[in-house]
Design a protein around this ligand. Structure first.
Ligand code: BG6
Length: 494
């Protein structure tokens, strides 16, 4: 999508607000470094970090260096690239809600940048409870150029955007006072993942799938997300949001939208997002009867602690660390096809995959000689070990007519001799190039909240108690019950 734009040749300043936090350290600097190593950042770029803690320039650079990896420039050149990158990283301590702090930052930036117009990318890597005040202070400081000049200012905001439809609408309105919708990049990093980007290609660049991509041929779809870790040090943030807001309302719903939307008129930011919005508006609000929630307890060995024993989690917390939900899509393509979404922390494995179960073949002519036919299934594994598998019935070689469910598989590692970029590399590149296709538009955000807000409200006002499940198990029993009610099997949830 757009690769050149007015002002694309200007110097670039990347301002990381929340510069010492986990997200900045683990994702943002390594992704910027990876772009730098590949020559994908403008020749004249600088990185400015701002956070509350006092830190000098060498301290800041050492902190960044700890997480840099030389995937793209291994060997001797690595040290050179690191040194050249770190030289462009600068730090200033400040208060997020203080206009004066941003004015100081502005002065500091001007000293480093010198004269002349500069594009600015502000990355709000701060907790959601703070980013509005930080954006306001930033706006008041006059650092933001959202006008018609050649230079641009863009803001990247991390999810979750609000806690429900009303708070999200409020945030969108307030943020628009500082940044226009066109300058706002609401990030959902799953949209930057290689296989998630491939969903549209798979569907719309191949003839074989689209004709069967509907209720006539597809019986059910499951989208599963499992993480083996608990919330660890993030309990303070997580407890205020829970797994539905942390993963399901954004990452999983975005995957669903890309899987189920109609073909966009064009491959551009507006047309793609228009189709996602149209699809999301066909998903009725989730009913409490179609949700199962869980919270992890200690592991059976006693080595892993329960969620309520995590630091900064209240001991009587009712937050869900697991949720399963069955969504329907009220349109001619999907009516009657259940979409099972399951997301949980502290489970038995790390996996994020989509399973598309096709309807069984009618009039099985092989039944007498070979036993039961199994229905086709497509598995799209987003992570780890990216792959697309299609399970088909196949004759086992030999003199008998024996049939077997066999996989046609595309394993990325075997098929592509290339590094798979981290999602943040791809998304940061898009922000710099002004391509908003993989970012969440305000109307899309509203449509996503419409699906989940009512049920979240019900769960919270009724103080629904999540079912306890042991750390490292495959998921709570109530999720399996919900899945079975809708015709899914345990295998759909693996
Ligand atoms: C984040 C969630 O958006 O995604 C985390 O807040 C989760 O809770 C993380 O662990 C998972 O991301 P990834 O890219 O490691 O799958």
């Amino acid at each position: 999508m757009p690769k050149t734009e007015p002002g694309g040749d200007l110097p670039l300043s990347i301002v990381v607000v929340g510069a010492s936090g986990d997200l900045a350290q683990r994702k943002i600097y390594p992704a910027l470094f990876a772009l730098f190593c590949q020559g994908l950042l403008p020749a004249n770029f600088q990185v400015f970090g701002m956070a509350r803690s006092a830190m000098d320039q060498p301290g800041f650079r050492t902190k960044i260096e700890q997480n840099l990896t030389c995937r793209y420039v291994p060997g001797v050149s690595c040290a050179e690239f690191e040194a050249a990158f770190l030289k462009r990283c600068h730090y200033l301590a400040g208060q997020y809600s203080s206009t004066d702090s941003f004015l100081d930052l502005f002065q500091f930036m001007r000293m480093v940048e010198g004269e002349g117009p500069v594009n600015r990318l502000f990355y709000m890597a701060v907790p959601p409870t703070i980013f509005l005040e930080a954006a306001n202070a930033l706006g008041n400081s006059g650092l933001v150029a959202c006008g018609s000049s050649r230079e641009w200012s863009r803001i990247v905001v991390e999810k979750p955007f609000g806690r429900d439809r009303a708070s999200s609408d409020g945030l969108v309105r307030e943020m628009h006072k500082v940044f226009t919708e066109e300058s706002t990049y609401r990030i959902d990093h799953y949209l930057g993942k290689e296989i998630v980007q491939n969903l549209m290609v798979l569907r719309f660049a191949n003839l074989v799938f689209e004709p069967i991509w509907n209720r006539q041929f597809i019986e059910r779809v499951s989208i599963i997300w499992k993480e083996p870790q608990g919330v660890g040090q993030r309990g303070g943030y997580f407890d205020g949001f829970g797994i539905v807001r942390d993963v399901m309302q954004n990452h999983l719903l975005q995957i669903l939208a890309l899987l189920a939307m109609e073909r966009p008129a064009r491959f551009d930011a507006q047309a793609v997002r228009d189709e996602k919005v149209r699809l999301l508006r066909c998903v009725p609000p989730l009913a409490l009867a179609n949700v199962a929630t869980g919270q992890y307890g200690p592991s059976e060995s006693g080595k892993q602690r329960a969620y309520v024993e995590e630091p900064t989690v209240p001991s009587d917390s009712l937050a869900s660390t697991y949720a399963a939900a069955v969504l329907e899509i009220d349109n001619p393509r999907w009516k009657g096809v259940p979409f099972f979404l399951g997301a949980g922390k502290a489970l038995d494995s790390q996996v994020n995959e989509v399973r598309i179960r096709f309807r069984p073949v009618e009039n099985d002519i092989f039944a007498a000689s070979s036993g039961m036919l199994q229905a086709n299934e497509m598995v799209i594994r987003i992570q780890p070990d990216e792959a697309i598998e299609l399970k088909i019935m196949n004759k086992v070689p030999g003199l008998n007519m024996a049939l077997q469910h066999t996989e046609l598989d595309l394993h990325y590692k075997a098929a592509f001799d290339t590094l798979i970029p981290d999602a943040y590399e791809c998304l940061l590149m898009d922000v710099i190039e002004g391509d908003r296709s993989l970012f969440i538009r305000a109307d899309e955000l509203a449509a996503a909240w419409n699906v989940f807000s009512p049920v979240l409200n019900e769960i919270e006002t009724q103080k629904v108690v999540p079912m306890r499940y042991p750390f490292s198990c495959s998921g709570p029993e109530n999720a399996l019950g919900l899945a079975r009610k809708w015709g899914f099997s345990g295998a759909d949830m693996m």
